[in-house]
Structures are given as C-alpha cells and as structure tokens.
Write a protein that binds this ligand. Structure first.
Ligand code: NAD
Length: 490
C-alpha cells in the first residue's frame, strides 16, 4: 500500500499554461491544492515564478495584434465553440468546483451553466464594438470615435466562484480583441487550468490566453508592474483590491475592482413573510455565504420584525449542512477551517457586546452552522465587516426611512434588495440605495453575464458584463477626417 506522500508524489504536477504550451514552472516550485471538505491534497500545482509570468505576458503581448486583426466572425466562432465545449464537459467542471472549492451540487452546476452563457454573451458582443460619428465645429470635418482593444489584460480572480468570475473577465476581454493572462486564486488553480484546456480545444491561437497559478506576491506583483499589461481586472477582497489600486496607480494602469460587500435585504411590513424568509435564506446560505452579494444584513420593518425573526430562525435551523456531494446539502464547507475561526471571533465579539444569537454560532472543521444574530450595533465588528460565511444579522427598522438609513450605513455598496408591494417605496429605495445593484422583490444575489455588474464605495469601481465589459476593456479614439482644406489662423 502506498503512503500519502507516495500517492502525492505519483500524482502529476498540474502545469502552467503559457503561449499555448503546458509547462512546469521555471523554479520547479509546486504547491498543494486542498479539498476544503476533507483537507486532503486534490492536486499538486506548479507555481509560476516572475520569469514564468514574464513569459506569459510576452506571449500575450506578441499575440495581441494578430488576435485583434482576426475577423469578428472568427473570434465569435472560437467563443461559441468554447461555450459548447464547457456544455459538453459540464460534469467534469462541476466536479472540479466541488473538489477544489467545496461548491455544493446546488451551486457548481449553476456556475458551469453561467460560464456557457457568459461565453455566448461575449460572442454576441464581438460585432458590437461600436464607435460614433459627430458633427463638429470645423467646416468640412467629420468626427468619429472608434473602440480599440487595450492589448494585454491581466485577470486576478478569487476562490469562491472561480469559473464564473474568471470567465466573466476572460470572455469579454477576448471578445473585445484583447489577450489575457489569468492569475487564479491559490485555492482554485485547477479551475483556471480547466479554462485553458477549454480554450485550447476551441482552437484559440497560442498566447491569446495564459494561466499562471502562483503566489499572490510573485505573480500579482509582476502583473501589476509590467508595462505591457494595460489593465488589471480584479475580483477579490477589499484589502487586496485597495493595494492593487494603489500599485496600479503608480504604474498608470487601468484597474477595475469587484470587491466585498455587506449587502442589505430590506423587508417592509407589507411583504409576504414566507417569500421574504426564502429570499433572505437564499441570499445568505447559498454557497455557505461565500458570495460577495450575500445578504449579510436583513433589515425588517417594525410590524413584521418579530414574526420574521421567528420564521427565519426556523428556516435557518432547517438548512442542511455537510458533504457538498449530497444533493440536499445547502451549506457545504468553507474554503478553509481558519475561516470558521475568523467568523466565530466576529460572533463572539458581537455577543460580548450585547447581540442575541438566534441560532448557529458553532462550527465543526470547515462546516459553519447557519447563524442568525439580532440586536447588532455599530460597536460590533460584524456590523461593518464582511464575514464571508453563512451568518446574517437581523435589524429592526422603525419605518421605511429608517430602513433606507440602515441599508446605507456601510462603506460598501455592492448589492441591495427590497421586498414590498409598494411600488412607490420600491422605486424610492432604488433611487436612495447606495448600492450599484438594486433588486426589487428578489434576493441580493443576482448575476447575468450581459448586464452591468459592480459596486460603489469600498465594493470597488468599474462594471463587468456585456456592453459594460466591452467599454471597460477597450479605449476610445477620436478620429477626424478633414474634407477640403482647413483654414488655419496663420
Ligand atoms: P483575495 O483578495 O484574498 O484574493 C483574490 C485574488 O487576489 C487571489 O487570486 C489572490 O491570490 C490575489 N492576491 C492576493 N494578494 C495579492 C497581491 N498582493 N497582489 C496581487 N494579487 C493578490 O480574495 P478571496 O478571499 O479569494 O475572495 C473573497 C473576497 O472576494 C471577498 O471579499 C468577496 O466579497 C470578494 N468577491 C467579490 C466579488 C464581486 O464581484 N464584487 C465576487 C466574488 C468575491
């Protein structure tokens, strides 16, 4: 019988994908990728050195002009083929997401389906890189703007929905005529490498897409500093996003930031209680709360508050926690057990300062019980900070105005939602909410590949999806044509 060390040694190292080639890192460094549910090593992954990242950037840089010049019909065909390949390999990609991110059977197939739709949406954008024409004040002059790709774009992706969030960046970047270097999360490198397999099978020319798993410091630093990289598209935490924005500023590099949130779901007195409870539960327990748009604050108007607390606690206690492979599991493992420790500390801080724990609050290994708090106040860390786990706080609002005030009492501004049949209040909420995305009679979690997604404040800036991505990932040039001679002043 083999020892664990022997099994790990026998497992082939997952390579990097640079310039259309699968290769080991130049230093031979590798890192273990762990299964969050079991803690077992699920892959050994080559780690890119600064030299490897340099090679990936060089490949993307060399490929950018031929890729840009490809006919739109050819770019479109490759994106559509990649979509078909993902659809054909859906089970394999689903299993990778379960294996390396602890995604449940509820979330993993949805994410794979999203990647297919994302590629199809991007393919639909290829022919839509419109410019404009303008009348000008110069006699005989025609003015126009044209959209051009930026060149090399680097994507830095988080662990929680690595296929969806990477693909949203890659698909539209390629659609707009850019080439790409992906730094996947250190917790989800396999998904990044699977994306490379898909594009390779779809016939994407060498160098157009490259994947460099590796340490945040080495890979991230090189991507931000290298002048050939024209834009960084980042999804991840507020801490890292702010660091990257500062670094990118030093290098005059365009950056878009999709960061964290403390998204409020507002429930008014007239809401259907069961519906509101379901929306809140989906909003906070889906993917064990590891969603940037998670409803980590539920603000309920006074008349419904007590009934909501009771019904929501019953719902939370009924949420099945456990093995992500089981079809009835709603809350699977958090990405690492340390995340449970971090959340338990937030809860302990809140309870020590007077918060009521309505249910949950405990964990076993990487499994955190669905947790509901009430009486949370601004003195408590959890009032302001993201938990990124299955934990929400219920707030009593005196009236609609107070609900809006509470909803906006955050430095974040990603998503918000309101449940009410009062159209006037729903529309007023959409106007007054600080968030970049407002959902009426729905949960705070919603994502469509063709609609502008993004936040305000410390949730970041820039938008992703459809036309918004095409605009972020291109630059506008003003071109004039002078018919006849212009009358110069001297
Ligand atoms: P993270 O910020 O720790 O890591 C994100 C990526 O940044 C990883 O690839 C990581 O390796 C890399 N990174 C870390 N330090 C870096 C550095 N110094 N230079 C360059 N790259 C560096 O985030 P995470 O823990 O993977 O993801 C969870 C966070 O992401 C949460 O805050 C969540 O809200 C946020 N998120 C936001 C969205 C959104 O669309 N707004 C979506 C998903 C997740």
């Amino acid at each position: 019988m083999s020892t664990v060390a022997e099994i790990i040694q026998a497992r082939p190292t997952q390579p990097l994908f640079i310039n259309g080639e699968w290769r080991l890192g130049s230093t031979g460094e590798v890192a273990d990728n762990l299964n969050p549910a079991t803690g077992a090593v699920c892959a050994v992954v080559a780690q890119a050195s600064a030299e490897d990242v340099d090679a990936a950037i060089a490949a993307a840089h060399a490929a950018r002009l031929p890729w840009r010049k490809l006919l739109v019909s050819e770019r479109e065909a490759i994106l559509l083929k990649a979509a078909d390949i993902i659809a054909q390999r859906a089970d394999e990609l689903r299993d990778t997401l379960i294996e390396e991110t602890g995604s449940t059977l509820l979330k993993a197939p949805w994410e794979v389906g999203y990647a297919v739709e994302c590629l199809r949406s991007a393919a639909a954008c290829v022919r839509q890189a419109h410019g404009e024409t303008f009348p000008t004040c110069a006699p005989g002059q025609i003015g126009m703007t044209v959209r051009q790709p930026l060149g090399v774009i680097a994507g830095i992706a988080p662990f929680n929905s690595p296929l969806l969030l990477s693909m949203k960046k890659i698909a539209f970047a390629l659609a707009a005529g850019n080439t790409f270097v992906l730094k996947p999360s250190e917790y989800a490198p396999l998904t990044g490498l699977k994306i490379a397999e898909v594009f390779e099978a779809a016939g994407l020319p060498s160098g157009v897409f490259n994947v460099v798993p590796g340490s945040a410091e080495t890979v991230g630093k090189k991507l931000v500093e290298d002048p050939r990289v024209r834009m960084i598209t980042f999804t991840g935490s507020e801490r890292v996003g702010k660091l990257l924005a500062a670094e990118a500023g030093k290098h005059m590099k365009k950056v878009t930031l999709e960061m964290g949130g403390k998204s409020p779901l507002v429930v008014l007195d007239d809401a259907d209680l069961d519906y509101a409870v379901d929306a809140a539960a989906f909003g906070i327990f889906y993917h064990q709360g590891q969603v940037c748009m998670a409803s980590s604050r539920v603000i309920v108007e006074d008349g419904l508050f007590d009934a909501f607390c009771q019904a929501f606690t019953v719902k939370a206690k009924g949420v099945v926690v456990g093995d992500p492979h089981k079809p009835d599991t709603i809350v699977g493992p958090l990405i690492r057990p340390q995340q449970c420790v971090f959340i338990a500390e937030q809860i302990a801080d809140a309870v020590s300062k007077g918060a009521r724990l309505l249910c949950g609050g405990t964990y076993d290994g990487p499994y955190f019980q669905p947790t509901v708090l009430a009486d949370v106040t601004p003195e408590m860390t959890i009032y302001h900070e993201e938990s990124f786990g299955p934990v929400t706080s219920l707030y009593r609002a005196r009236d609609f105005e107070h609900a809006v005030e509470l909803a906006n009492d955050t430095r974040y501004g990603l998503s918000s939602a309101i449940i009410t049949n009062d159209l006037q209040k729903a529309m007023a909420f959409s106007e007054l909410s600080n968030a970049g995305m407002i959902h009426i009679n729905d949960a705070t979690i919603s994502d469509e590949p063709h609609i502008a997604f993004g936040g305000t404040g410390d949730s970041g800036f820039g938008r992703e999806g459809g036309r918004a991505s095409m605009e972020e990932m291109t630059e506008v040039k003003w071109v004039t044509i002078q018919a006849g001679k212009r009358a110069f002043p001297f």
